[in-house]
Design a protein around this ligand. Structure first.
Ligand code: FES
Length: 193
């Protein structure tokens, strides 16, 4: 094995790179601040908003979030890397998350996963060539009564049989939800708009 030294003091982003957060996203993040005692507390909602906008959280986006919240960029990376929900590289427009825990597995979760792989021609952690779907597995999705289950973006699909896969993936609205997760951070007066 050959060891490779990494200079951690070397910047991974171009200091002259253009900003990636839009004015609307910056305004939305700022709007969270009065609700919390610290700016750090607004980090999680900020991560959701930025990922919803850009599809993933690049180093440049992390740096800009850190600037808005007056944090060190490493605090942003520390937090987002704890959650598999957040992506640090481009992903498909829709992410399929199949439950891999015991209840769903007992009810045929493995067969469901294999059917999705066969239908899309990709393996776990891969993205279809057209950029439409990425495929991952996760531990319990808290829907154990409805196994095997999966998410397409934030939309829950319950009791999915392998033979349902074609119909579900062919449905252009298979990821449509009433309220995106990022909107859950809005106050009732805003969420109702
Ligand atoms: S085991 Fe699949 S949702 Fe809990």
């Amino acid at each position: 094995m050959v060891w490779q030294a990494i200079d951690r003091n070397e910047a991974v982003i171009d200091p002259e790179a253009p900003a990636v957060l839009s004015a609307a996203v910056r305004k939305k993040i700022e709007s969270f601040l009065p609700r919390y005692e610290t700016r750090l507390a607004a980090l999680l909602p900020a991560l959701h908003v930025v990922q919803d906008e850009l599809g993933y959280l690049s180093h440049q986006a992390m740096k800009e979030i850190a600037e808005i919240l007056e944090l060190h960029p490493s605090q942003v990376l520390d937090t987002l890397s704890f959650y598999t929900h957040f992506w640090t590289h481009p992903k498909g427009r829709k992410v399929i998350t199949v439950c891999r825990s015991i209840c769903c597995e007992t009810l045929g979760g493995n067969k469901l996963l294999e059917a999705i792989k066969a239908k899309l021609g990709i393996d776990e952690h891969e993205t279809t060539p057209d950029g439409e779907y990425s495929l991952v597995t996760e531990e319990c999705l808290a829907l154990c009564d409805y196994g095997p289950c999966m998410l397409i973006n934030e939309k829950v699909h319950k009791c999915v049989k392998p033979e349902d896969v074609g119909r579900i993936l062919d449905d252009p609205n298979n990821d449509v939800v009433d309220m995106p997760r990022s909107d859950l951070f809005d106050g009732p007066h805003e969420a109702g708009k």
